[in-house]
Design a protein around this ligand. Structure first.
Ligand SMILES: Cc1cc2nc3c(=O)[nH]c(=O)nc-3n(C[C@H](O)[C@H](O)[C@H](O)COP(=O)(O)O)c2cc1C
Length: 322
């Protein structure tokens, strides 16, 4: 299987994985605005083994999303092995039947529910098990394997962790420049990402804080600044894409045109139409948060939000935006 990471033009702008957010509809929208690679919502390897139907539904994708990376989290190598078998057999693009483009392993999630299972960021403290998991994944997929890690978990830094993996065929590493204790906000340690550069043979993506303050031109400056300071091949954008998936257009172009209300409404309808098609009314209800983010910069945000938090179906959204 080809290593798509090597073929992406640099700098690479990736939609970072976000549980409850980066579903197929959102990934399609981000892709249309120029995301070079999109990560899915993290999926539990154990969930795939014990409750495959629900977890497989989370991983479905459309051809237009390519390159699309499936992210798995878990604490047991054998769960990853079985999960990969399922991903391999069951996850195919809706239109073409083709397979996903890559497999990512989550070593960054700080959420208690995940940490209690011994999965996510806490694995950075367990070199032996982390290696076993990566080796099991490498041995059981022909897709390129990447990892997503944190700057630091307790006393272990990203550098310690990467040194322990130097011999493994990892094609890409996304480093979220915050500690596990910081969660998803606060200062980003770009120095540690820079120091990691020589330790990553494949693609290095820096992540954290791009587009989370200011407008389009600030996002572009943040992105360039992070690339320059870290020497990374690209960046991962997470929260900066919430309510503005066009951030990829902003960071890639010289022109930072502000979206008009009409343009934003059009994007909302496109996004909602996709959600409606893929998930129906329950998807629309779950999409309320996106609707609020989309309108948050508008002068009428408050009045709109009051209505948008109550939508039950696609027609409700249409009526409000009309
Ligand atoms: C709501 C939410 C869900 C997230 N889910 C995941 C996930 O499933 N897998 C993962 O590796 N990181 C996850 N993250 C972390 C992001 O990928 C990213 O590393 C983090 O938000 C920092 O980048 P940012 O400052 O650009 O948002 C999540 C973050 C948020 C805010």
């Amino acid at each position: 299987m080809k290593n798509f990471w090597q073929e992406l033009p640099k700098p690479i702008y990736a939609l970072a994985p976000m549980a409850g957010i980066t579903d197929s509809a959102f990934r399609q929208i981000a892709k249309q605005f120029g995301a070079d690679v999109v990560y899915g919502e993290m999926a539990s390897a154990a969930g795939l083994v014990y409750n495959p139907k629900k977890t497989l539904a989370l991983l479905e994708f459309a051809e237009i999303e390519r390159p699309y990376v499936v992210q798995l989290f878990g604490a047991k190598p054998e769960h990853f092995v079985q999960a990969l078998r399922l991903v391999d057999q069951k996850i195919t693009a809706r239109q073409s039947g083709g397979r996903p483009d890559g497999i990512d392993i989550n070593f960054g999630c700080p959420v208690k529910k995940v940490a209690r299972q011994g999965a996510g960021a806490v694995l950075m403290n367990d070199f032996k098990l982390a290696r076993e998991i990566i080796k099991a994944v490498l041995a059981n997929t022909s897709l390129p394997v990447s990892i997503k890690i944190r700057a630091r978990v307790g006393t272990i830094s990203a550098l310690d962790f990467l040194k322990n993996l130097a011999d493994l065929d990892i094609k890409a590493v996304m480093i979220h420049g915050r500690t596990m204790a910081q969660g998803n906000s606060g200062a980003v340690d770009w120095k540690i990402i820079k120091q990691a550069r020589p330790l990553v043979e494949g693609v290095l993506l820096a992540n954290g804080g791009v587009g989370t303050r200011g407008g389009a031109s600030v996002a572009r400056d943040d992105a360039r600044d992070l690339l320059k300071k870290t020497g990374a091949d690209g960046i991962g954008i997470g929260q900066g894409a919430l309510g503005k998936p066009w951030i990829f257009e902003n960071v890639k172009s010289q022109i930072s045109k502000v979206k008009t209300k009409e343009e934003i409404f059009k994007i909302i309808l496109k996004h909602a139409r996709l959600v409606n098609k893929l998930k129906g009314d329950s998807g629309i209800v779950a999409m309320r948060k996106h609707l609020c983010w989309y309108v948050s910069g508008l002068p009428t945000a408050r009045a709109l939000r009051e209505k948008l938090v109550k939508v039950e179906n696609f027609n409700d959204i249409k009526k409000i935006l009309r």
